[in-house]
Design a protein around this ligand. Structure first.
Ligand SMILES: [Zn+2]
Length: 108
């Protein structure tokens, strides 16, 4: 595995983690803004920003390219989809997202 592949996989993993961060922090942030800070007028724009950030992040993950084969990592063909978003391997060449967990790298 080359350094370029490792860096590309790290970027895909980081982008996927950000999707979870946006989802899990949405309700607490909106509640804090609305009820904790009593900024009822600001809760709508904050929610809009959160959803826009989530969708932007989701688009970056969907269109992420495999560092090895340059195909769409989470799609079986050249059209982007969210169907295989939870997979841990490239849908084209089988490159694992977590290469440190491959016991026999020569056999991947
Ligand atoms: Zn690939």
């Amino acid at each position: 595995m080359t350094l370029k592949e490792t860096a590309g996989l790290r970027k895909i993993r980081r982008e996927r983690i950000w999707i979870l961060v946006w989802i899990l922090t949405y309700v607490p942030v909106v509640c804090i803004v609305k009820y904790g800070l009593h900024l009822h007028d600001v809760a709508g724009p904050v929610a809009f920003i959160w959803v826009a950030a989530l969708l932007g992040n989701l688009a970056r993950v969907i269109y992420s390219r495999c560092p090895r084969c340059a195909g769409l990592f989470f799609s079986t063909d050249e059209s982007a989809s969210v169907r295989n978003l939870l997979t841990s391997k490239c849908m084209h060449c089988g490159l694992s997202l977590k290469p440190e967990r491959v016991m026999y790298p020569s056999l991947e």
